[in-house]
Write a protein that binds this ligand. Sequence first.
Ligand code: PMP
Length: 388
Amino acid sequence: MNISQRGLNLTPSEPRKIYDEAQKYSGVIDLTLGDPDLPPPENVKIAASRAIMDGKTRYSANAGLAELRQKIADEADREYGIDFDSSKEIIVTVGAMEAAYLSLWSLLDPGDEAIIVAPFWINYREVVKSLGAVSVFVYTRQEDKFIVRPEEIEKQISSKTKVLILNSPSNPTGAVIPADVLDRIAEIAVKHDLTVISDEIYSRLVYDNKKVESIITRPHMRERTVVINGFSKRYAMTGYRIGWALAPADLIRVMTQMTENIVACAPLSSQYAAIEALSEQTDEAYIRREFEQRRNCVISELERTENISCVGIPATFYGFLDVSASGMTGEEFAMLLLKNKKVALVHGSAYGGDVYRNFVRIAFTMDCEKLKEAFRRIREFMKENKNE
Ligand code: PMP
C-alpha cells in the first residue's frame, strides 16, 4: 500500500511503546497511562445507560446537543465571568483530543508555526506535524518548577507564528502557570496577534485548595483564545470520549464544518451523560480528593527515595521526576526498571526530546497501596543499581 508521507512521518507513541512492552510481563505496576481508575459519578453512569435504553442513539447537531452546549456556557460563565453564545461559540467534541485537533486544523496552514511549551502532551506536536505546520518549542526548566518564561516565548515568535499552545495544569509536569505569568503571556499574544489554545483539561485536579486561572480572562484575550476542556479527567470519563472547545464564532463555525467530515458528532449517550455530569446533582469531589491523597502519598514516598527528586506536584496525576542522580538517563531507567522490577513508567524525553533525558513521568492512577509497592520496588532498584 502507498501510505502518505504525512502518515509515515508520524512518530510512534513512546508511552504506548512502553505500555505495550509492559504487557509482556506479569505483575507489572503500570504508571504509564493517564487514565483514571476511578468510576464516574453514579448518576452519570445511569444517565448514559438510560440514554441508550431510551433510544437516544442517533446523530445530534454537529456541534452537539443544544442543552449540553448551554450547560457548558453556564459553567464557562461561572468559571471565567464570560458570557458565551452557546449556539455559536461552543462545540462539543470527541474528547478534548478532538477539540485540540479541530482547533489546530482550523488555525494552521502548511508552513505556519505553532509554539509549544515543553515538556508537552505529545499529541500537539504530532497534529501540528500532520498538518504540514511546524512546532517551535519553548523549554521550561526544573529550576523554574517547569513554569514557562514569557520572554522565551516572545523570542521564538516569527512572522509565521500563528498559535501558542498552553497547557496549565500541565501534562507531564503538573505545573500550574501563575496569574502574573499569564498576564505577561497575554500581553505578548496580543502584541504579536497570536491565537492561544489553552488546554485546561486538568483544571479541576488542582490541590492544596488552589485554583487555576485561565488566560481567556485577560484583556483582549477572549477574541484570540480557544479553551479546550472535557469530562475525561475531572469526572473520570475517559472512555465516554467527550470534551468541548470555547472559541470565537468564526472559528467554531469552521471546527463544526470539519467535525461533520470526521465524526459527525460526539456519541449521543455520552452527550446525555455529560449533561448529567454538569448538573447540580453531581458530586465529583471524590475524584479530586482521591488524587490529592495519592499525590500526598507519592510525595512522601519520594522523600524516602534517594537519588530521585521532584519539584512538586501542585496538580494533575503526573509526576515528572529527575533521575539524573541514578547515573542513568530516563530511558535507561525506564527500560531497566521495567525489566528488573516490573514497574512501568515513561522516559521524560518522550515529552520534549533530549532536554528532558534525565526525567521520567509517572501517572499515579492507582491506589496508595499499589503506589507504595511501586516505590518499594523503585528503591530496591536504586539500591541494586547504585551510581558509585
Ligand atoms: N489534553 C491533555 C493535556 C491530555 O493529557 C489529554 C489526555 N491525556 C487530553 C487533552 C485529551 O483528553 P480527552 O480526549 O480524553 O478528553
